[in-house]
Design a protein around this ligand. Structure first.
Ligand SMILES: [Ca+2]
Length: 340
């Protein structure tokens, strides 16, 4: 019995041993994945570290790039500023040069004028100056006219446009000179010959006693330019209210002075228009008003941004209608028979 019992115990031990080995088997199988998982995690960890390093390198690079870019932009801005300063210096030098040049011109002219005062080669306008070989645009002097009793005047000559020889009778470009002036001012002229001015109705009469051409050049706020030319242009004297006569339109701005043909000059203190209203007062400038206007080159100067709000601006209806005030205008005359 005891032997049997022993063998049962032995069998039991064997079985138990077998069971434990069986039980250990799966454990043994678990070992290899356990080690590979460890390797993988290490690899992932090291990759993560590498990625982190690369990311920080990238970040540093992009920061550096940004600073580099900012530096380059700064340098460009600095260079731009220097360029502007140099440009300003060049402009200043140029303007000084042209100023000096102009003074020399005027001195030469005055010498010439005093030398030819008694000769028959009289100087009437920019066209006769051009004929005497003065071919630089700028300010000149006209001697007094004893016959008309008009004094010596400063004139501005355009010696370039379409052959040159043009005497400016009006200019709008700066906008600081008011054109809301009375009869007396429009008669003698006002403003600055290098800036905005009206040459004066007496002087316009003096210039257009010889058969003349009128050229009007205009610029809008978009920088586009147009012109209107009248092959025939003249005004009468003060006794006849500087009545306007013109004909033979050509150009690309449209014929917005035709409506003013055969009309007298009006100012806010002298209503010579063909209307119940006082056009000069309504439109705030002296002009050859009909009833009232198809153009008003002596209207109010409105700056960019406010140039499309009013009807009393510098208008030329055929181009921009009644609500657009032009940026720049020049009115100039020369004899019909001028040969460049
Ligand atoms: Ca009236």
């Amino acid at each position: 019995m005891a032997k049997m019992n022993l063998s049962i115990v032995a069998l039991g031990v064997v079985l138990l041993l077998l069971e434990t080995t069986e039980a250990q088997k799966p454990k043994k199988r678990l070992v290899p994945p356990k080690t590979s998982k460890g390797q993988c995690c290490d690899e992932v960890r090291s990759l993560k570290v590498q990625v982190a390093n690369l990311t920080s390198i990238l970040e540093e690079l992009s920061r550096k790039q940004e600073t580099d870019l900012i530096n380059v932009v700064r340098q460009v801005m600095e260079l731009d500023k220097q360029k502007q300063q140099l440009n300003a210096r060049v402009t200043e030098a140029e303007s000084k040069y042209s100023e000096v040049n102009n003074r020399v011109e005027i001195m030469q002219l005055q010498t010439l004028q005093s030398a030819t005062q008694t000769s028959s080669h009289a100087i009437y306008d920019c066209a006769s100056l051009y004929g005497k070989n003065y071919k630089i645009s700028g300010e000149y002097k006209l001697p007094k006219d004893d016959f008309l009793g008009t004094p010596e005047i400063s004139i501005f000559c355009d010696m370039e446009t379409n052959g040159g020889g043009w005497t400016l009778i009006q200019r709008r470009k700066i906008g600081l000179t008011s054109f809301k002036q009375d009869w007396k001012q429009y008669k003698t002229g006002f403003g600055s010959i290098r800036g905005d001015f009206w040459l004066g109705n007496d002087n316009i009469y003096r210039l257009t006693r010889q058969p003349s051409t009128l050229r009007i050049e205009m610029e809008d706020w978009e920088g586009e330019t147009r012109y209107a030319e009248y092959g025939f242009f003249t005004v009468k004297n003060e006794l006849n209210s500087y009545k306007l006569f013109l004909a033979n339109y050509s150009g690309n701005a449209g014929n917005s002075l035709r409506y003013h043909n055969n009309t007298n000059f009006s100012t806010n203190d002298k209503d010579n228009d063909k209307c119940v209203d006082n056009c000069a007062s309504l439109r705030k400038g002296g002009y050859w008003y009909n009833c009232c206007t198809d153009s008003n080159l002596n209207g109010v100067f409105y700056r960019y941004g406010e140039h499309t709000k009013n009807t009393d601006g510098i208008t030329w209806y055929a181009w921009h209608g009644p609500n657009y005030s032009l940026k720049r205008v020049e009115m100039k005359v020369r004899p019909m028979n001028f040969q460049p």
